[in-house]
Design a protein around this ligand. Structure first.
Ligand SMILES: [Fe+2]
Ligand SMILES: [Fe+2]
Length: 318
């Protein structure tokens, strides 16, 4: 049964993918496992109270498990109380792609849309640099998520994040004539591209761990190093290389979020807000999608623990 269709009070037997697993201790001082399970329709919290055997090496993120559970309610949300659990075997014949939420537009279509924006670029060197980067990153860009757990943590989520920002950026460049459209497009396409090397993800889009480089440097610093090298190799004008590096460097805006400098050009300022808008709209839509009208969500950590309200005018999308 799909997670979105679970009904409180009923029992369920189904295959789900383990998205997160935390071993905790109950008030009775016994270990239990707190899971986030997922399928193509969404995520659900699940508790395994009766833990047996080797807890550390079983049911890890990225594995598919078969669970029998009662569907219960915790605060406003559905929760599973696991009765039985086992890891899948070859005989179960599960197709992993059945468990991974995927961007609503096919990856090919999104990649072509990026090329459509690149083809509008007038500045030859910016275009050359962006095309060279896209060519190099294309194989992984087609399926990479944009995050481990927050916004766009879905298969091809990075492409989806980029095309939505390109569309917004294109529209805003029509209004604010002081913006250089080529720089805005380049910043959008390249700002998170090193997430591909910051996190490990398999081809179905499940993120494992941050890589060593990802942990020690992060996608911002990795991004500017890459642009520095690539621009040098392609003999791109020094100022262009530095402007694009600066946009990547400043896109998180605050030092506590990883940007050592704030944007010093309007295109960088815009890039930060395009990024914020897209992440916020994604997270809000996701939180409200499965809620009934007139209800409030649980506090949402990435939205400063706000509890969002689903009004009768709410228009969520898949
Ligand atoms: Fe970023
Ligand atoms: Fe981003």
């Amino acid at each position: 049964m799909l997670i979105r269709e679970l009904k409180i009070g009923e029992d369920v037997t189904a295959f789900y993918l383990v998205k997160a697993k935390n071993v905790k201790t109950s008030s009775a001082n016994k270990p239990y496992i707190d899971f986030t399970l997922q399928d193509i329709s969404g995520e659900v919290n699940a508790k395994l109270w009766d833990v047996k055997g080797d807890i550390e090496n079983q049911y890890n993120p990225g594995e598919v498990v078969k669970v029998q559970a009662s569907v219960t309610q915790w605060q406003q949300s559905v929760q599973l109380k696991i009765i039985k659990i086992r890891t899948v075997t070859q005989e179960d014949n599960v197709d992993y792609s059945q468990f991974i939420p995927t961007a609503p537009i096919p990856a090919d279509t999104m990649y072509n849309e990026i090329l459509f924006f690149v083809n509008k670029m007038e500045h030859k060197e910016i275009k050359k640099l962006v095309l060279a980067m896209l060519e190099e990153y294309k194989p992984k860009l087609m399926y990479y998520p944009a995050a481990k757990s927050n916004h766009h943590a879905i298969k091809s989520g990075l492409l989806y994040h980029v095309i939505r920002m390109l569309r917004s950026g294109d529209a805003l460049c029509d209004i604010y004539k002081n913006l250089n459209r080529d720089l805005v497009f380049a910043g959008v396409i390249l700002h998170d591209i090193e997430k591909i090397n910051e996190m490990d993800a398999n081809e179905v889009g499940v993120v494992g761990e941050y890589t060593m480089e990802g942990q020690l440097l992060g996608h911002i610093i990795m991004g500017i190093k890459k642009i520095e090298q690539k621009a040098e190799l392609l003999k791109i004008d020094r100022e262009i290389s530095l402007l694009i590096q600066h946009m990547i460097l400043s896109h998180h805006y605050e030092p506590e979020f990883g940007s050592p400098k704030k944007p010093l050009i309007p295109e960088g300022e815009l890039l930060h807000y395009l990024d914020m808008i897209d992440a916020r709209m994604y997270d809000m839509n996701k939180a409200l999608r499965d809620l009934d009208e007139g209800q409030f969500t649980d506090p949402i950590f990435v939205l400063d623990r706000r509890r969002l309200y689903k009004s009768s005018l709410s228009q969520t999308e898949e």
